[in-house]
Design a protein around this ligand. Sequence first.
Ligand SMILES: Cc1cc2nc3c(=O)[nH]c(=O)nc-3n(C[C@H](O)[C@H](O)[C@H](O)COP(=O)(O)OP(=O)(O)OC[C@H]3O[C@@H](n4cnc5c(N)ncnc54)[C@H](O)[C@@H]3O)c2cc1C
Length: 541
Amino acid sequence: MSEPETYDVIVLGSGAAGLTAAFTAAHEGARVAVLEKNDRVGGTTAWSGGHVWIPNNPYMQDIGAKDSVDDAMTYLMSLGRGILDERLARAFVDAGPKMVRALADDGGVAFFAVPGLPDYHPSNPGGKPDGGRTLGQELFPFPTLGEWQDKVEVTPYYSPYLRMDETAIGCAVPKAPTDEEKAHREAEDLRGMGGGLVGHLLNACLRVGVTIEVSTAAHDLIIENGRATGVVVETTDGRRTLHATRAVILATGGFEWNEEYRTAFLRGHVTKPASIPTNTGDGLRMAMRAGAALQNMREAWWIPITELPEGINAMNLEMINGDRTRPRSIMVNRTGRRFTNEAVSYNSVVGAFHQEDVTAFRYANLPAWLIFDHTYLTTYGSTGRPYTGTTPPWLVEAPTLRDLALALGIPGDKLERTVEQWNANVAAGKDPHFGRGESAHDRWWGDPYKKGSIEGTLGPITDGPFYAMELTAGVIGTKGGPKVDEHARVIDLDGDVIGGLYAAGNVSSPTGASYGGPGGTLGPGMTFAWIAGRHAVGAGR
Ligand SMILES: Cc1cc2nc3c(=O)[nH]c(=O)nc-3n(C[C@H](O)[C@H](O)[C@H](O)COP(=O)(O)OP(=O)(O)OC[C@H]3O[C@@H](n4cnc5c(N)ncnc54)[C@H](O)[C@@H]3O)c2cc1C
């Protein structure tokens, strides 16, 4: 018998948002299909660390962390810069813990709170310097997925067999698994990080009978009498129409791989996205065609990147987080001067890259270079790769700071002076210019073995040869898209609901004016997906 072409709910995209929405609707008894453009399931989610940021989540008590709705709201609104809709922030804060509970109890997703991992702005009111809002998941046994085991995206950035809390980012003291444990995980195909999260969610979907189709790209929404009633898809066999009796849920990720949209909407330059290339803004295009109003278009989940020569990883880039925060390093611009706190969150620091030099009318801090010394390189390696005795090809090396400046085309005397001043500040144990090291965040992301202390991020630059790595602006996804209400329903240009049309995840992140902490993209994305999945089938109304 051929597959029925009518479903109660059709979900477009199979990242965390799509799978969460699909599971939620199907668990309420709906017939649900997930349509995925890529030939594998999981989207950028499967490439990610899998951290999920949920304030006031039910696992915080397991690690002795405390939170409240008030703390969470105060914190989120402190990050909103007047453009975060309080109603939507509250919808996230109220529903987040319920979403986590539902996925755990009904879907078997094994969450745990990551101890100690601070919020991204822990000194803001309501911020959590000691963490608790970030959730990880237990490894997922992929053989459980049967025929789907090999149809999930694998990250190009790190080993799929690690848990985030075993890396320098996710743990107070890194505790990498033993070689024996690694071999066991590989043999049993036990995956962690974002791949593991997708494994958990996909398994939950399959258990409640969700139909999943890959290589099926949504092309157009069917809108009848102002209501979404289906979708036209493109497959290798041509176009097909599928009908949805209750809802179509857009979960097609961001528009970061669509250069035209990037140029039209984003606040500043992007050299290259770090996300999955199938995220080309299709959901945004379909929603605009349906008359949707837009929100958060200039925002993205920003990240500094460095471009790598071909053949090092599939994306020819690396995201620069720990490298930037470690002692014995600073960032400088073309004047040879520091321009910001290098150790702030990756999303925030790109704000400094986009700062304008209003006289020259160009970006003041692009290009930017991370400058460090030989002890840094031998201690920490570069881009997460240990030092092997030779200088990695993405670095510029010179015996003196003056020679390094010459190679970069920046004034040597200025660079020398900047480093002198930095070293004096380090000796005094304080960065009076930009306050680097003052927040719990800065002290976490630096030297993995000096977490919590100012030495975790402040260190002198003294030992030649010296090195530079060029940093530019990247994104791990965009977050602007169709405007939604607190039920994740898409709103049209007149402020009316477009019946039967929902959006969740990076296709439209309604709390995207803020980036609260590690997992701050997946947390709201999955929460609004849960809201959408329930509302679409009338649950809790
Ligand atoms: C290396 C890395 C690490 C990260 N770590 C974290 C982390 O730990 N925590 C966190 O919160 N965030 C993290 N992020 C960001 C996070 O991965 C994304 O914000 C998140 O996965 C977005 O989820 P989503 O479901 O909206 O989109 P995605 O997971 O990208 O899924 C969208 C899916 O829609 C599909 N699609 C696109 N167009 C169509 C169409 N026309 N029809 C059908 N399907 C379509 C795409 O192929 C894709 O599979 C990380 C990102 C990267 C790159």
